[in-house]
Structure formats: C-alpha cells, structure tokens
Design a protein around this ligand. Structure first.
Ligand code: SAM
Ligand code: ZN
Length: 371
C-alpha cells in the first residue's frame, strides 16, 4: 500500500489500520509524533549547528529516516527485521534519498558508533535501549514510549521492572508516565556522566514522546539526578506534594484532609519537561503542508504555556470529588488567577490544568462560581 506523509511517498505492507500501537508496522496514528519530530530536528539544527547525523534506530518502514533524509540529515536506518530493512531501503530510493540501512540489533550499533541524534521508537518500553543510546550519542536523544499502563502505575509490576521506580496510578496518570520515563532516562544517562535536559515532551494518544538534549559532563549528570524526587498523593482529596531528593520521606497522613490513603511514587523527574523558547521555534518549523499541522501547532502552544509544575489537575475530576458541577475552563482558570495563583491549561486533556495552588486553595478560589 502506498502512503504519503510529510511530502515523502512510502510503500508500507498491507492494509494499515488505526489500531493498537503494538500491532502495526506503519502506524498512521503516529503521524503527529513524526511531524513534530521533523519540526524538532529543524529547530534543533538551528540550536546546534554541528548536529548532522540522525539514527532512526527502529526504522520499520523507514518513514522517520526517509523524512529526515529528505530534510538534509545524514541518516542511518536500523532494524532487526529483514522485511523492515528491505522496505526502508526501497523507500529511501523511491524518494531519491541517500541513507545507510543497517540490518542488525541497534543496541550493538549504538555502542559502536557515535550519532548526533538518536531516535528510539520501539514497541513498548524504550528502557532496554536507553543505556546504549546514551553511551555515545552526542546531542539529542528522542524517545517514544508506548507502554503507558506500566509507566503510569496501572500495570504496577511491569512499570517497576521497566523503570526501576514506583509509578502510581493517580488522576494525573499520563504525567506520572512522563515523569517516570524521564526519571529512568536521566538515571541511565548519568551512568555515562551525561546530563539530560528535556526540550519538548508530550503525552498523546497512549504514548509519551520526549526530546532530551545531552551535556557530556559529570556535573550535568549530577544536576539531572538532583531533579529526581518523590510524589506523595492522597487518594481521598487528591492533595499532592513533591519532595526533591532520592531518599523518600513518605507522608503517613494527608496534610489537607487527614486521610491515610496516601501513595508514594518515585523516583520521578520533578524538573521541567518543556523549554518554551525552543518549542516556539519548533512550532514555527511546522509547515501547513504537514497533515497534522493545526493540531501540532496547537499542541506546541499549549506545551509552551504549560506551567512548570510536576503534576496537573483535571477540573472535572476535582469537581466530581467535591460533589460540585464543573465550570467553563477559562472562567475556572480566571478565578485561580484572580485569587493570586499562577494557572495554565495542560496538554493532557481539555479539562486539565496546572497551578501553584494546593487542592484546598483551588477549591477556595473557585467554588463560589461552581453552581
Ligand atoms: C514501533 S516500530 C517502529 C516504527 C517506526 N519508527 C515508525 O515511525 O513508523 C518498532 C521497530 O523496532 C524494531 N526493533 C525491535 N527491536 C529492535 C532492535 N533490538 N534493534 C533494531 N530494531 C529493533 C522492530 O522490528 C520494529 O520494526
Ligand atoms: Zn487528603
């Protein structure tokens, strides 16, 4: 079957349906992810001019590699699957693109050779590939993780195994996934004296995507580890508290409602997950010829404006918990700001937001208009 995406034409096997992430070789539902990848690569080239080589580590149809090669990157596509390798080669040729194609386990390749940018896009968790990616990558590691249930704490044991952390299932589950993933990536990079800085991160339709800029210095690795900590969460009133540091000091009772149904999650990444200035450049690099342009640009706007807080709230979930009707989002956020708190929408859903107010302060600031 022939598909066109971002100006390149690709042959992909069989009928590709919008299905479960795991099952498909070329997933049309990941087009937003790929459009944002190309825009991020363009923005990154402006930020770091020496960056020229791009490893599409799990290439499948070759779509990412072909799109990056068409954009002038020095591309290597890799896959363990023979069909994938043949397809990637044919798709590069079909688009008159130069590019090397490797049929092998990408972990070995990443240990052997340095690349400026590495893109990890495996089925499920990327963690088995993380060490090899950080061992030699120079500038930017791009990571997709589709195992949201483990990362968010819904499939608890699997999450603990993959991320060497304790993720907990909360009302901000997608963000729990984001912060569990980046925590594990930061600890993997630190083993190589590499510090990570997330430039852009989004949780969209059952996957998390993050772009990590690397600094090759032990002090940068230390600084990244300093961004780790724990989250204490009350299952009754949805109070949450962030506690920096690798040693947890869990709360036995909730400081807000006095309940004892407290959860501790961590170590999670408590640092910033967006660089608003960089995201502004990415946004400007999304041409309207990309099919997902309106959605991708809107996502960039929301990401850039998102407050730097480690968890978000969902207005509807809060109101349900309070037994009160919800308000229009703009009015709800205006009430918070009028009361002196910072407040922004969050990209996790239409009724999600971030604020520096605690759960009690949110209620006090907004409940007069919840009727
Ligand atoms: C989710 S698909 C990649 C999708 C593709 N990047 C895209 O955007 O359409 C995952 C691919 O990783 C490949 N893969 C799995 N383990 C690998 C390994 N150790 N080395 C190289 N490729 C691997 C699989 O064969 C499969 O083609
Ligand atoms: Zn509580």
């Amino acid at each position: 079957m022939r598909v066109t995406e971002g100006g390149v034409e690709l042959e992909v096997p069989g009928e590709q349906t919008e299905g479960i992430e795991e099952a498909v070789f070329y997933n049309p539902r990941q087009e937003l992810n790929r459009d944002l990848t190309i825009a991020t690569l363009r923005a990154y080239r402006e930020r770091e001019e020496r960056a020229t080589s791009y490893l599409d580590a799990m290439t499948a149809s070759g779509v990412r590699g072909v799109r990056a090669a068409a954009d002038g990157w020095d591309v290597t596509c890799c896959d363990v699957d023979e069909e994938a390798v043949d397809l990637a080669r044919a798709n590069l040729e079909r688009n008159d693109c130069e590019g090397r194609v490797e049929h092998r386990n990408v972990t070995a390749l990443m240990h052997e050779e340095p690349f400026d940018v590495i893109d990890l896009d495996p089925y499920g968790t990327p963690m088995p590939f993380a060490d090899a990616a950080f061992a030699n990558c120079r500038d930017l590691v791009c990571v997709t993780a589709t195992d949201t249930a483990p990362m968010c704490g819904a499939h608890f044991n699997s999450g603990v195994r993959s991320y060497s952390a304790v993720p907990r299932n909360t009302d901000y589950h997608a963000e729990m996934g984001v912060r569990t993933l980046i925590s594990a990536l930061a600890r993997s990079a630190a083993r190589f004296d590499v510090g990570i800085e997330p430039l852009l991160t989004h949780a969209t339709s059952h996957y998390v995507r993050t772009y990590l800029e690397l600094t090759h210095k032990p002090t940068a690795a230390d600084a990244a580890i300093d961004e780790l900590g724990h989250l204490y969460h009350c299952e009754d009133c949805l109070y949450r508290e962030a506690d920096p540091g690798l040693i947890a000091d869990p709360l036995e009772t909730c400081p807000h409602c006095g309940g004892n149904r407290m959860l501790t999650a961590g170590p999670v990444w408590l640092g910033h997950v967006q660089d608003p200035t960089f995201i502004g450049t990415v946004r400007d690099e999304i041409p309207y010829t990309f099919d997902t342009a309106p959605k991708a640009r809107e996502l960039c706007d929301t990401l850039a404006a998102e407050l730097d807080e480690p968890t978000h709230y969902d207005q509807h979930k809060l109101c349900r918990n309070w037994g009160l009707p919800a308000n229009a989002m703009d009015e709800f956020l205006a009430d918070l700001r009028d009361a002196g708190y910072a407040a922004s929408r969050a990209h996790y859903g239409g009724t999600t937001f971030k604020t520096d107010a605690s759960v009690g302060e949110i209620r006090a600031a907004t409940e007069n208009n919840l009727d």
